[in-house]
Design a protein around this ligand. Structure first.
Ligand code: NAG
Ligand code: NAG
Ligand code: NAG
Ligand code: NAG
Ligand code: NAG
Ligand code: NAG
Ligand code: NAG
Length: 916
């Protein structure tokens, strides 16, 4: 997914060349609703039936003059409270065109024209109103996919029965139809017109590689392209037109145009969905042969919008040369429902205006849907084949799934789960414990096994039905803490242990009969077991104390040996001991030298793993960081050996350089290069020092390079084990280096290293913590946390900054990432410092992958590094807006519609951003 995105951005040229050569585009899905088999139609599109769809009925229709097979069938649904959804797998953060069409054809012989609503996920797309049984109604939108699936849902029939004839999905390349509002708005098509068309046929696939449908301007329908100026004539060419890489629009559309022979082009059309804010672009190319003295200059006029008349269009000048696309437009313009516009030639122009094509979309606000949407998506993924998982769309909006009830908030929560007798097997999915608004839970009469999970996060839980399953384990005492609990049914399971006192004391309806091993009170036998356990425990305790004593004793001896190695060991032994330490390349400092350099350890600059770091400056003016290890721990000494041997072997420009060591008078000291700009942590979380997004990406890149070297450039592999923002240091030039290998340890080559779990809370990989199996992927986990800190500016753990539901940065960020709301996690201080939100998406996606529970799903450091570099490339590339010309920004002028400048005082072309 991520790699295809990278491919699109970095290799746009290649992709387009391929697409021109290939016949069938990938990323096309065409569903013939109610159809029975696959087939390829006349224009080469491959249609698939929706036979796997479990809801609704199919019907056949037949109308005069419509021979296309996809319109011969449809699927219809009962007119009830439910919604009926088609779900597509998509690639997130990619733009798609979605087209749904409806041909009623009186399929139900009732001649009641249906009216119902069309939704994308939880967002209202359109209300379908049938007013002619033989007319195809088609709706089209462009959207950025923010989750791995897109659902198109039909609901809320007010008359007749909801139905659908076709559903099409088309994948766009690269930045085509990018808008800066795309995270919050869909683009719903109002007009896409091919001017000067030579027939009433639309232009679409294969002439348009993305299968957009460009309607002919000669189609006659009510209030569509009326008030046409009498001097309007069609022109066309067979010459190739340079339409840019984007093909917005395709060549065939640009090869025809209308020209206002008498100096003006005027049109009026109804814009469906408007008034409102929209996206509107016009497309021009000079396709007539003007002689060198002739000019074609004109201005746009829209009644009541003087600003749009300010710039002059001169196609040959704006898109230098003939047969080239020039596409001025507005990313955000307010338009009326009845839209009149004119292109009028200027006085100094010898030719009238030209217009090849036009596209207008309305911005439709995205409804982010239920707060529990991602949790529920995860829940139903446990039952991929069950009916309950087939409903699709948002669990609550526009209508709830048949087995849930939702609160009435604008962003609803699930309040009730009703899955009695649904033949569920396996564990009670933990997702249910994350439904913070849950009031009733009905899971009775299934085949659920395993134990009852901890529901203490569901503070509103009132009624719990778990009876008649095969639940085992004990009744968790956390049930006692549910403040609203009034009914608890667990009878006829295989629960064991003791009923928590608290549950019996509570004034609730509580039935736990039929659990053979569940007891009310402790009996004598358990008492004996407990006494036995206590005795055993005590014995173990004494043993532990003995062990500790022995170890401590040994530690003292170890120290005295090492203090005076030269005296105790014979020369040969000494050498092998040194090479074991790997110190042969490390410089050995004397204590007095370091005392002088640090002014007797006067300036403390930090405390890292197992030691305090002091600032020093050597006689030759070199600044150093001197880390004095805390000596009174056995770990400290082993640490020291570990560090010296590791550090002397590792050299990389993104790792803090190790300069030498000192071992004297019982002190273990490591000497590093001094890093002038402190830790990343200070910069991220301190008040004054702040980095913009590019700087943060560079820091991420530097650190990832350092870690990649540890993981792949060292033999054996080195696992850092304590990556965190306070271990990423910044040098004079603000380049980042990774520090503190105090917890590093060479990994044994082909096996996991099991060792004492160490690390820092908030960064520690929970998988490593539970399995104690150390791999590079634990560093990847910690690095994922660091990436999230870079995005959000928040510390990894906080009681306050992640809202009520979360304490840790990981689940918090994942929640918003999965719900498509990246803005919610972006550090407000980053506002205005990034060019393209996609680069933040990319890093967020990478971070979320780094935190995957299944370590095999986590990326390698090299992959992470690549993603960071791609994000940097996105940021450094010019943004879409800068690469597309648009009408100059509105200036404050009070010109009236049709003031004298309209008919053209020589103005020249005003303020166009020059591109090529
Ligand atoms: C159907 O096509 C025929 C011949 O092409 C034409 O005469 C007739 O008007 C058309 N009917 C409709 C409803 O378009
Ligand atoms: C959609 O994705 C899911 C999960 O990856 C997969 O199980 C399913 O088969 C896919 N469906 C289609 C139609 O490709
Ligand atoms: C259903 O449609 C009617 C009429 O179009 C509308 O008033 C109502 O709000 C809609 N209900 C829902 C739940 O969308
Ligand atoms: C447009 O120009 C043509 C010839 O140049 C002329 O015959 C016609 O009357 C003009 N129409 C209008 C509406 O000015
Ligand atoms: C549970 O599973 C067993 C065997 O798989 C089956 O016989 C029984 O009917 C199931 N019970 C329920 C309530 O579905
Ligand atoms: C319940 O599930 C089992 C196993 O999946 C299946 O064999 C059985 O037929 C199902 N029973 C019902 C009533 O759906
Ligand atoms: C508890 O459940 C069992 C089995 O469903 C039932 O027979 C019994 O009457 C219930 N007890 C109470 C107090 O409701």
């Amino acid at each position: 997914m991520a790699s295809s995105l990278r491919f699109v951005f970095l290799h746009l040229v290649v992709v387009v060349v391929f697409s021109a050569a290939n016949a069938q585009m990938p990323g096309f899905v065409s569903i013939d609703c109610g159809g029975t088999e696959k087939y390829v139609d006349d224009i080469g599109l491959e249609w698939a039936p929706d036979t796997q769809f479990i809801f609704g009925e199919t019907a056949k229709v037949s109308i005069p003059n419509e021979s296309r097979r996809q319109y011969a069938t449809l699927r219809y649904f009962p007119a009830n409270e439910r919604k009926y959804c088609y779900t597509f797998n998509v690639t997130t953060r990619t733009r798609y065109l979605i087209r749904a069409s409806f041909l009623y054809g009186n399929f139900d012989n009732s001649s009641v024209f249906p009216q119902f609503d069309l939704y994308i996920g939880a967002s209202h797309w359109s209300t379908i109103v049938i007013y002619d049984e033989n007319k195809i109604i088609s709706k089209e939108m462009i959207m950025l996919a923010s989750s791995p699936t897109i659902s198109v849902c039909l609901s809320n029939a007010t008359t007749g029965q909801p139905f659908i004839s076709t559903l099409e999905l088309r994948l766009f390349n690269g930045s085509l139809y990018y808008t800066e509002y795309e995270a919050e708005f869909f683009l719903s098509l109002s007009a896409r017109i091919n001017f000067g068309a030579q027939s009433t046929d639309s232009v679409r696939y294969p002439d348009d590689p993305f299968d957009r449908i460009w309607e002919s301007d000669s189609i006659r329908k009510p209030n569509y392209l009326v008030d046409v100026d009498p001097g309007t004539t069609n022109v066309s060419t067979n010459m190739a037109i340079d339409v840019n890489l984007n093909e917005r629009p395709p060549q065939k559309v640009m090869q025809t145009a209308v020209v206002g022979q008498n100096g003006t082009l005027t049109y009026r059309l109804n814009l469906e969905g408007f008034p409102g804010c929209g996206w509107a672009f016009s497309y021009f190319a000079e396709i007539e042969d003007l002689n060198p003295t002739e000019t074609r200059r004109f201005k746009l006029f829209i009644p009541g919008m003087a600003d749009v008349s300010k710039p002059t269009v001169d196609v040959e000048e704006n898109a230098p040369g003939k047969y080239r696309l020039y596409e001025p437009g507005y990313y955000n313009i307010s338009l009326p429902f009845v839209f009149s516009f004119a292109f009028v030639k200027t006085n100094d122009s010898s030719r009238g205006p030209i217009l090849n094509a036009l596209e207008i979309y309305k911005y439709l606000p995205i409804n982010f849907g239920s707060q529990d949407a991602s949790v529920m998506a995860s829940f139903v993924s446990h039952y991929p084949f069950a009916d309950l998982a087939q409903e699709g769309g948002d669990p609550c909006l526009p209508a709830p799934w048949s087995w849930v009830q939702c609160s009435s908030d604008p962003q609803p929560k699930i309040v009730s789960i009703m899955l009695s007798g649904k033949n569920l097997t396996g564990n009670i999915p933990l997702e249910l414990t994350r439904l913070s608004g849950l009031v009733e839970l009905w899971l009775n009469n299934n085949n659920l096994t395993s134990s009852i999970p901890n529901f203490s996060g569901c503070l509103n839980l009132r009624i719990i039905h778990l009876e008649n399953n095969q639940l085992a384990g004990s009744l968790p005492s956390s049930l006692t803490d549910l403040p609203s609990l009034t009914e608890l049914y667990v009878q006829n399971n295989m629960l064991s242990g003791v009923v928590p006192r608290g549950l019996l004391d509570k004034k609730i309806v509580f039935n736990y009969t039929g659990n053979m091993y569940l007891r009310k009170e402790r009996n004598a036998r358990t008492d004996i077991v407990i006494v036995l356990c206590s005795v055993l425990g005590a014995a173990l305790f004494v043993g532990a104390i003995l062990c500790y004593y022995l170890l401590a004793h040994k530690k003292i001896k170890f120290f005295s040996e090492e203090d005076d190695l030269t005296k105790v060991l014979p020369p040969t032994k000494l050498i092998s001991s040194f090479s074991e330490l790997g110190t042969e390349t490390a410089h050995r400092y004397t204590l007095s030298y370091l005392e002088e350099a640090t002014g007797n350890f006067a300036k403390r600059i930090g405390s890292g793993g197992f030691g305090i770091v002091y600032y020093g400056k050597t006689k030759d003016g070199k600044e150093i960081a001197v880390k004095v290890l805390l000596n009174d721990s056995y770990q400290g000494t082993r640490q020291f050996k570990n560090e010296v041997s590791l550090l002397s072997r590792i050299h990389h420009r993104n790792l803090v350089a190790f300069l030498g060591y000192c071992q004297q008078e019982g002190k273990n000291i490591l000497v590093y290069e001094f890093m002038h700009n402190g830790t990343l942590k200070e910069h991220l979380h301190a008040q004054e020092k702040h980095f913009g997004w590019i700087k943060r990406l560079e820091i991420a890149e530097d650190s990832a390079r350092g870690i990649e070297y540890l993981h792949t450039g060292c033999t054996p592999t080195i696992i850092h084990r304590d990556l965190k923002t306070s271990n990423i240091l910044l040098d004079k030039n603000m380049r980042a280096k990774v520090s503190d290998f105090g917890l590093s340890k060479p990994a044994v080559e082909d096996s996991h290293v099991s060792s004492m779990v160490r690390g820092t809370l908030g960064y520690l990989d929970p998988e490593y913590y539970t399995s104690q199996q150390l791999t590079e992927k634990s560093d990847v986990y910690s690095f994922g946390i660091i990436l999230l800190e870079l995005i959000s500016g928040k510390e990894p753990i906080s009681g306050t900054s992640f809202g009520e539901k979360f304490r840790n940065i990981g689940p918090w960020a994942k929640f918003y990432y999965e719900s498509g709301n990246i803005e919610a996690i972006v550090d407000p201080l980053l506002q205005g410092t990034y060019n393209d939100i996609q680069s933040i998406w990319k890093i967020a996606e990478t971070a979320v992958r780094c935190l995957k529970q299944d370590i095999s799903l986590r990326p390698s450091t090299s992959e992470v590094l690549k993603e960071i570099q791609d994000a940097l490339a996105l940021e450094r590339a010019p943004t879409c807006e800068k690469t597309e010309k648009s009408f100059a920004p509105a200036l404050s002028i009070d010109a009236k519609y049709a003031d004298d400048s309209i008919l053209g005082s020589p103005t020249g072309s005003l303020g166009y951003p020059e591109l090529r």
